[in-house]
Design a protein around this ligand. Sequence first.
Ligand SMILES: Nc1ncnc2c1ncn2[C@@H]1O[C@H](COP(=O)(O)OP(=O)(O)OP(=O)(O)O)[C@@H](O)[C@H]1O
Ligand SMILES: [Mg+2]
Length: 379
Amino acid sequence: MARSPHDLVATYPLAPTVVGSSPAMEHAVSVATRVAASNVKVLITGESGVGKDVFARLIHSQSARCFQPFVALNCAGIAETLLESELFGHVKGSFTGAYRDKIGSFEQAHKGTIFLDEIGDMSLRMQALLLRFLETGELRRVGSDSPSTRVDVRIVSATNRDLRAMVNKGQFRDDLLYRIDVTRIEVPPLRERSQDVPALIQHLMAKCGGVLTFSDAAMRLLESYRWPGNVRELQNVIEQLVSLVSGRPVEPSDLPRNIVASHRDFKHVMQDRRRSIAADLYDGLTSGGMRFWDDVHPLFISRDITRADLRQLIRRGLAMSGGSYRGVIELFGMEQDDYKRLLNFLAAHDCRVESREFKPAVRAADSSSTLPHKHAVAG
Ligand SMILES: Nc1ncnc2c1ncn2[C@@H]1O[C@H](COP(=O)(O)OP(=O)(O)OP(=O)(O)O)[C@@H](O)[C@H]1O
Ligand SMILES: [Mg+2]
């Protein structure tokens, strides 16, 4: 019998490796393991490349059906008539090219599991045919007048679409969703489990037979990247690196440009955030509503604001006081006796900001314009 490129038939006595120790992944794996034992229908959701296939195989391999076939059929990108024949089979002569009877994926999966991937891409007509099968358990091959047989299959479906939203738009049948979505497994995107990145890298390296080490900076970039293509994108990056780098650690310059660039964007976001925290603190202090030692200092000690936030606040003060720490003290409503205390506190936490660049003389040398005398208080 000719096999379709869309099908995949295999028995899985061994469970696939699902890497991930983040709470979200552990939860998803524990749900999968729990439902595997029963015949209950499972809908796996998650963005592209998160590992929905891996979960479908995990469920099959941990079920009593593990020595029976696992048949995967991708419902996307396949013409409706072909999909119907793939799923239900056809009888000889039912359409041009149907030279002999062909059994469909449901019959191939008899006693095992069928994995309907990208089920959100099924046309409404196909949804109706699938629903009829789910309701009656009877298979009708394309071109046949009567149901041919009954099969015993466990149905696992997957989609990266929001099927509920599709139902609301009339694109997906409510009654079909109700049937296939008995248990839901939501596979979280990789950016929500960045702690899994190092272990996934180890696993993916072993899979492609490569050995890599990473500099701290490169690993930090990989962990902080948002991975829109999820584990599949990480897999592609690792495969590329294995062929490019050997005998030395992977450095940031070896990584794809978009990973490095997005980190720069992230740094800008952080800088903006810092600026806005510093601006709020600065306004609070200069409007008199806040006091440095009573309000800002405790925020810093309890780590509600970071050293970078504090430095940014001091920088604002220095910019306003023309580079004078005594001016900052006045501006932030402290006593002049606090001069030493402030400088010691900042030095102890590595938050001392060099005041020279804020002094008028430097600016004058830069621009040879008139001196801003107003805040030129000696520091
Ligand atoms: N938790 C994981 N542990 C190990 N490998 C994983 C994991 N998640 C995904 N992978 C690997 O990443 C690749 C992509 O995973 P998979 O094909 O299951 O994603 P998907 O969600 O089905 O993607 P799509 O939506 O594009 O169909 C595969 O090679 C898979 O083996
Ligand atoms: Mg998939």
